[in-house]
Design a binder for this molecule. Sequence first.
Ligand SMILES: C[S@@+](CC[C@H](N)C(=O)[O-])C[C@H]1O[C@@H](n2cnc3c(N)ncnc32)[C@H](O)[C@@H]1O
Length: 451
Amino acid sequence: MTNSKQHGRGNKRSKNQNDILWPRQVALSILDSFWKGEKFLDAIFESHDDFLDLDTRNRNFVRMLVTTAIRRSGQIDDLMRRGFSKPNQKMSPPIVQMIFHLAIAQIVFMGVADHAAVNTSVDLATRNGAERAKGFINAVLRKVVRDGKAWTTEQDIARLNIPEWLLDIWTEDYSKAEAIEMAQASLSEAALDISVVDPIDRESWAESLDCVILPTGTLRRNEHALVPDLPGFDDGAWWVQDASAALPVRLMGDLLGKRVVDLCAAPGGKTMQMAAAGAEVYAVDRSAKRLERLKDNVQRVRLQANVISEVSDGELWDAPEPLDAVLLDAPCTATGTIRRNPDAIWLKKSEDIASMVKIQRALLERSVGMLKVGGMLLYCTCSLQKDEGERQLNAFLADHDEFEIMPITPQEVPELEHAITPEGYLRILPFYWAARGGLDGFFIGRMIKKA
Ligand SMILES: C[S@@+](CC[C@H](N)C(=O)[O-])C[C@H]1O[C@@H](n2cnc3c(N)ncnc32)[C@H](O)[C@@H]1O
């Protein structure tokens, strides 16, 4: 993996936060590490000293730049090649391609001034051992400045930016038209969605936070902001949670005094919702590190009295008593959240779906014995593939006649009635509520354990 040392880290002069080159140098190092390695982008951000040393404004810029370069990578690569004078132009050294990607992300997708994007890219070439490619970079970028936006109108955006194997599965599971809509919606920026601890305060927080209230009760802020700087964050009045991710717990009914387990709980969005609704929650997750984040989150919103957290594999966890409900927000391929994590689809392979399906089924099987008769099993994933949703639960129910579906009703999901499947599950696609800023893709199935 390339680290920042190879890219001139330690050069104090160029680390000046006001220097427009330095943040781009940091972005180059991060983008190069991402495409060379096997690491999720967040893990790279969290361990990259030069990124962490940036001031907030530059950190936000670098995050946005790298994320855009990955989200639009297929389109950007195509635009770069359209700027070449020969179709199979060699790029040497390989860092030149990364310089192009960052430059085109700025010019075509971020509205950065053309001269700033072009000049800093040429300077990056000098800094990173690609001095001989300066003329070539300059010439290609001039063409992109002139024609890049027009070229995008000729591009097949879905095919270029989503791996082929995934688009093929979506086409099979839905239709070609829906798969394309899903791909296009996955390329947009997600809004900032907020759940408030006490629903009575929803309207006043919507006003203070400059949010609209969505039909399902989530607050949505379309302007980006630094979350910890927003009013009410330090006081623990709310937490960040996508509107789709807030639905599973809303569909669990009255939770006051109920004993429930959140079997894959971290970082705790749904645990907080259940605790805020008055449930006593066992929050189980197999990742100790992620469970620490859950504990911090629960503490910030002052709900720790209702939560017992435990590091454990959900496949092995023993419920201390028969429970009223199990929430299984199962690990999945997370293809419904590409808007937030565009890196993940490039690290996954089609084979990952089968291994996720196996883990999800094992967790479902384990949940059976945790429930009281009459108890609720709520299964959800943020994957768009039906293997991890509809087909997973249909197979589980075929083998478990002690469970029945408790169909989701239109009254429970205002303005998402069309997301209810014939079986009574909820299947949210990322292009729903497009005019309001979209939703994460989600699948929810609600079942009851019979006598
Ligand atoms: C989709 S995330 C959960 C999000 C969480 N429910 C929320 O709303 O904030 C899935 C979680 O499952 C955990 N996980 C994966 N496999 C697990 C297992 N076998 N047992 C328990 N937790 C597991 C991961 O560590 C991850 O934190």
